[in-house]
Ligand binder design. Structure first.
Ligand code: C5P
Length: 479
């Protein structure tokens, strides 16, 4: 099998690869693998969205700027062995089109030189609190404010103690005290120092003060035979944390809306130990709850028995049976949007045994089934408290669209998400889904067929469609 040496590639290709992989947060090798994979599968370059257009070796300076275009970071390099990694961090930030201005503490200069920091950042590096040659008056104030974020890497135990106490006897601590910008620390120290009660106190105080932290990681120390928690996070990890902090907060199109979601199967008791159930995993409903919460909604998730963790920031009500689910749904009203993704059992045993049913010579116990309440239909037909948007699911194994259209009319909901759950599709319990969105618009029904997606992507799309619909409807309501 032939191997490819990236070092030997043409300069233009290398520049393109370096920028593209940095943009996508991958290693060069991973980026090459993605490009080749896309090529072989005939996909248009899927990950190229964040790739720079490189026409010539000097294209870095002309590469299109990203979202945090003019982002500026003041990087304070503390005095520790990990300071050498701060030089790599400068490169990683510059690759992301982030402007970096470095400050080195006196101790940092024992490990790296201001010259290296300034060569890599293309900027003067700052070292002194009282520097007559600085073009900045009160430089510590400017350096702590003429930026979007202050990063301290490595953040030594001493520097963190100074910060926690509010000292300002050198340029770095003065900048940190005078700053009105967010601060990210990448601590690095010996594990005993990290675990020392004083450092623990300082770390807790800094967290209370709103200072963000990345790491430290566990691993080998520079000191021979020492290992533990105290290694500085890797430059790529710090760069990712920086990007996250610089990124504008995501839009919250469902802020102020209450979304109710049912998910999972229901268990209908036969006796205290047996029940009727189905293969629903609850993954799709949970993914919708997560996406709606991320879109700013106040989310109530009513879930049958599932093997999933409760989504963060979501109010979860756990139920067993269809009747319990209906009771919880009714108790949660009014809501703005109700999404019924649960695979509710259609029938339950009329008289569930109070004791475990026994095998007897009389043969099998006669299990009489009765119909469960249809939660979707019940809520869709409410006169008062009917949610303005009611969405049902149609899991079908044949005649998908026709059955879904009939269901839309029969249940009285506004939208139906139809999916084929034939065993061959692997949808039940699986991670992917192919859905069709049916929307009732007056007398007509529109059908929008989506390509195969992960359940998370389906959830994001669905929440996006809901947000779009609400944004169109809202002005009408207020006029
Ligand atoms: O009738 P069918 O079970 O196929 O309908 C599916 C839709 O109806 C789903 O949205 C499901 O959550 C909902 N449903 C319900 N209560 C039932 C049965 C189904 O809410 N008893």
């Amino acid at each position: 099998m032939a191997s490819l040496t990236i070092r030997k590639l043409d300069e233009t290709v290398k520049t393109y690869l370096r920028l593209r992989s940095a943009g996508n947060g991958r290693s060069l090798e991973e980026e090459v693998r993605v490009i080749l994979g896309d090529l072989i599968q005939g996909r248009p370059e899927s990950s190229a969205a964040r790739a720079p257009s490189v026409a010539a070796p000097d294209a870095q300076s002309r590469a299109p700027r990203r979202a945090h275009d003019e982002a500026r970071v003041t990087l304070i390099i503390g005095g520790g062995v990990a300071a050498y990694k701060a030089l790599d961090l400068i490169r990683r930030l510059k690759e992301r089109s982030i402007h970096v201005r470095c400050v080195l503490t006196r101790a940092a200069q024992q490990f790296v030189t201001p010259l290296s920091a300034s060569a890599l950042s293309n900027e003067r590096a700052y070292t002194d609190l009282f520097d007559p040659s600085s073009e900045f008056d009160a430089g510590h104030i400017r350096l702590g404010r003429d930026c979007d974020l202050i990063v301290v890497a490595p953040a030594t135990a001493d520097l963190m103690a100074k910060m926690a106490q509010g000292h300002a006897d050198d340029l770095a601590s003065a900048i940190l005290l005078a700053a009105n910008r967010p601060i990210l620390l990448a601590p690095a120290m010996n594990p005993l120092m990290w675990n020392n009660a004083a450092t623990r106190r300082n770390t807790a105080q800094l967290a209370r003060d709103g200072v963000a932290m990345i790491g430290p990681n566990a691993g080998e120390m520079a000191e021979a035979h020492e290992a533990g928690v105290g290694r500085m996070a890797e430059p790529l990890e710090i760069a990712a944390a920086v990007e996250k902090l610089l990124r504008p907060p995501p839009p919250r199109p469902l802020a102020g809306k209450h979304v109710l979601i049912t998910a999972g199967p229901t268990h209908e008791p036969i006796d205290p130990v047996r029940y009727i159930a189905n293969r629903s995993s609850g993954k799709q409903g949970f993914a919708i709850a997560t996406a709606a919460q991320a879109a700013g909604a106040d989310v109530t998730l009513i879930s049958g028995p599932v093997d999933l963790d409760d989504p963060a920031g979501v109010r979860v009500r756990h139920v067993e049976s269809a009747r319990e689910m209906l009771a919880q749904v009714e108790a949660s009203l009014p809501v703005d949007i109700a999404i019924f993704a649960a695979a509710v059992a259609d029938w339950r045993v009329a008289q569930a045994g109070e004791q475990k049913l026994k095998k007897t010579s009389a043969g099998m116990p006669p299990l009489q089934l009765v119909e469960n309440p249809d939660i979707l239909a019940t809520i869709s037909k409410l006169r008062e408290k009917r949610p303005p948007l009611v969405i049902g699911f149609a899991a079908e194994t044949e005649h998908l669209i026709a059955n879904a259209k009939a269901k839309l009319a029969r249940k009285g909901c506004d939208w139906i998400v139809a999916n084929d759950v034939s065993p061959a599709t692997g949808v039940m319990g699986g991670d992917r889904n192919t859905v069709h969105l049916l929307i009732r618009d007056g007398g007509a029904i529109s059908v929008d067929s989506w390509p195969v997606m992960t359940k998370e992507q389906v959830a994001t799309e669905l929440v996006g469609r809901i947000a779009e619909t609400l944004s169109v409807k809202t002005p009408e309501k207020t006029s």
